[in-house]
Design a protein around this ligand. Structure first.
Ligand SMILES: Cc1cc2nc3c(=O)[nH]c(=O)nc-3n(C[C@H](O)[C@H](O)[C@H](O)COP(=O)(O)OP(=O)(O)OC[C@H]3O[C@@H](n4cnc5c(N)ncnc54)[C@H](O)[C@@H]3O)c2cc1C
Length: 302
């Protein structure tokens, strides 16, 4: 079957933010292509929380409902694949995928998310999103009042510890090496009975991703129910930067309040362009981006 290669908008990334934008654009009768490589950042999490109407659902269930609803709009097409390159053309943009396909559109919208960079600690990656968690708003309620660890250091660790006192009074901070907390921060944590462990972590012992204990290099063991970790991330796709899209200091795609990047015709939404990592925020920013891309197309044609 011959496939269409020319669209008004190409959305790269077909998870929560990309599908939300696709819905706004589909309902605006725009010819939209969504290209998705099927690797959302929450893929390993058994239950997603804090998104109204879908609380406690499996992440994949939420995106499957979204896909069905979006594909009901006849002008929206979804293709599996990874966009590997993009170029500016006279009429807009052309993108190429890892299976050798190429597509053209007037506007591009990046909804490509971010990739978490796992520390090289045995067991960490297996527990990520299950019992090693990134956010108390997403998973804190389920482990409230439980024996909880934090893997972080410096100002980030202090801020995280302060935040987590809302969910549990049983907190241990693992700095995984010498602490870089300021003396006053250390005092404040200790005054609140938050233990600070500066030993290096050897392993996160678990059963099927459920944390049993944190084991340190000196043989000491700390039984825990959950461990929060503040880990670095990188953009899931380097195509925006290759097209000249600027990053913020923190490494997000830089957008204005209407999700527009510095490159005319290129927009971004979801985790790739926001500090607030949640399904609700991804859906909201996709919704806004879709409307703004549509407005730009209207303005150009009117
Ligand atoms: C472990 C974990 C648990 C979480 N739990 C919760 C929770 O309980 N509740 C909550 O509200 N939030 C949760 N979050 C946050 C939430 O998952 C994210 O905010 C949300 O997934 C962001 O949506 P997104 O569409 O921006 O990006 P993602 O969902 O990460 O999707 C990006 C999509 O773009 C695709 N893509 C990337 N590059 C390309 C390319 N070059 N070509 C084609 N496709 C590409 C990817 O394959 C992926 O499908 C969690 C996050 C993590 C990491």
């Amino acid at each position: 079957m011959e496939i269409n290669t020319e669209f008004e908008v190409i959305i790269i990334g077909g998870s929560y933010s990309g599908l939300s934008a696709a819905m706004a654009l589909g309902r605006s009768i725009r010819k939209v292509l969504v290209i998705d490589s099927g690797k959302p950042c929450n893929i390993q999490t058994p239950d997603s929380h804090n998104f109204l109407t879908q609380d406690g659902k499996r992440p994949v269930e939420i995106s499957e409902i979204a896909r069905q609803q979006v594909l009901a709009y006849e002008t929206v097409t979804l293709r599996k694949g990874r966009v590997t390159n993009g170029t500016k053309t006279k009429q807009g943009f052309e993108v190429g995928t890892d299976v050798g396909e190429s597509f053209k559109a007037k506007k591009l919208l990046f909804a490509t998310g971010v990739k978490d960079v796992m520390p090289k600690i045995e067991g960490f990656a297996e527990c990520w999103g299950i019992s090693v968690i990134h956010c108390p708003y997403c998973h804190g309620y389920e482990v409230k009042n439980e024996k909880t660890g934090m893997l972080a250091n410096g100002d980030l660790a202090y801020d995280l510890a302060k935040l987590l006192t809302n969910w549990t009074g049983d907190l241990t901070l693992f700095t995984n090496g010498v602490s870089s907390l300021k003396p006053e921060q250390k005092n404040q944590l200790q005054e609140r009975s938050i233990a600070i462990v500066e030993k290096e972590i050897k392993e996160i012992a678990h059963t099927d991703g459920q944390l049993r204990h944190v084991a340190c290099n000196d043989g000491s063991i700390f039984p825990l129910t959950a461990l929060y970790a503040r880990i670095p991330f990188e953009q899931h796709s380097n195509v925006p930067q290759a097209l000249g899209v600027e990053l913020t200091e923190l490494g997000h795609l830089k957008v204005d309040p209407f999700q527009k990047t510095n490159i005319p015709g290129i927009y971004a939404c979801g985790d790739s362009a926001s500090m607030m990592r949640s399904v609700a925020n991804a859906v909201a920013s996709g919704n806004l981006a879709g409307a703004m891309v549509n407005k730009e197309l209207i303005d150009e044609a009117f």
